[in-house]
Design a protein around this ligand. Sequence first.
Ligand code: BES
Ligand code: MN
Ligand code: ZN
Length: 502
Amino acid sequence: MLKCTGHYGTPDRVAADVYIIPFPGDKALFQKTLNQICPGLKALITGLRENGDFSGKADETVALATADGRFILTGLGEADGMGVERVRRAFAQAVKLSNGYVTQAIALYCPLEEIVKKILPVSFEDTVVAMLEGASLALYKYNAFVKVKPDDKKGKAKEFKILTTDEGYQSRLKTAIHEATIIVEAVELARDLSNAPANVMDIDALTKEAVAIGKKFLIKTVVLNKKEIQANKMGGLLAVNQGSSREPRFIVMEYNEKKRRLPPFVLVGKGVTFDSGGLCIKPAASMDEMKMDMSGAAAVLGTMYAVAKLKLPIRVVALIPVTDNMTGGAAYCPGDIITISDGTTVEVKNTDAEGRLILADALVYAQRFKPAAIIDVATLTGAVVVALASHATGMMGNDDDLMADIKEAGNKTFERVWELPMFEEYKKMLKSDVADMSNLGGKWGGAITAAAFLQHFVGDYPWVHLDIAGTAMLESASDYQPKGGTGVGVRLLTAFLRQQEA
Ligand code: BES
Ligand code: MN
Ligand code: ZN
């Protein structure tokens, strides 16, 4: 996240390489926005409007280079139910357009409070957070292994300057910038973890990231090694790890650990650092994407970062089973019968259905905290991508209130979720002739049978499963979402947890 400062005043009063000004589609509000702007520019924009070149429509951007500076006009459109997502997109598009010739600062102009109220409608703070989410996350690039020429300074903005002309907003602006900075950093962290290749983000490296976050924010962090995992009889995690040359780990993080009287929210993240499919090996064509099979873990770690840095007054536990799914000589085989830590026996029909096996052990572990709710996040099935593409995370669970809260957080952050049914019949699809359950549900409804498998291990605790296989990584960039890891789940879970405060 770039440095970010708040300012009071019109664009001409604050130095920047480029000024981004959002315009609403509504005629009267467009005019009001225009009235805040210096006279020369005002005439120019009025002309653009009269010629039909810019009218504040959604997805409309115009770049102007004038004697007074460079301006990018970006459209918010009319009130259309998209809400504050329009702000994220408008600023993302504008920033992408501007960044080619920015070397120092990009100024972001807040929409007038009146506009916010009419078309978004959210608080001023939420609007500023959305502006910064859109602007910052649009500039994200996974650069860890790209050599950048030292004289290549273009497109290297160093600062965002947020401008408001609403009076008396300085302190509100400061609060919003503080909050947005934390959220953006947390998403960037999750994206970096997801995007890092498996030879870099291996079991040890992912574990170290968790330990580092724990240290930084004084979150009690314990990592179970293989012996301890064996002592806990985590037969799912151990079986999946058998084909690997690396030892498994089980990460336990407890934020606000001392607040024992508060039942915690337990977040469980799938931490498969690479999923080759095991002996039921995946096709070569897109196997490389499976470096992102720890995106659930990334989402949980990003959320812990945000929760701790925002100092939320709730108790949150993170559980992350970590392994890769490989084909070594000791690899688990189709037909193997394994035993999960609660004693449930599972027939392994397919070694590529590994996520549910390691999550089963984690969900059993979650119950010892007597949680207020358990939420697992996992790139669990290709089937959920078939059902929802990349536009919604699949949501399944056993508690309508909890799911309603997650849905609300999803709409607010635009990390939208969509519920799939959990009828009894799906559970029956997991029957095995030789064990308590099979890890495979048959040809159809794969996202749901995977969830039905998980449900077996949560007891009666309120639980939600989020299948992010479609939303955690994108094949092409759009607005503030880059190609590759999106960091999905961080904003969703952080918003959900904030709703649970007090
Ligand atoms: N990690 C994959 C799911 C996945 C697929 C994530 C595509 C992201 C994009 C998971 O472990 C898996 O392999 N699932 C199998 C389950 C099947 C064998 C029942 C699948 O979806 O094909
Ligand atoms: Mn798999
Ligand atoms: Zn997997």
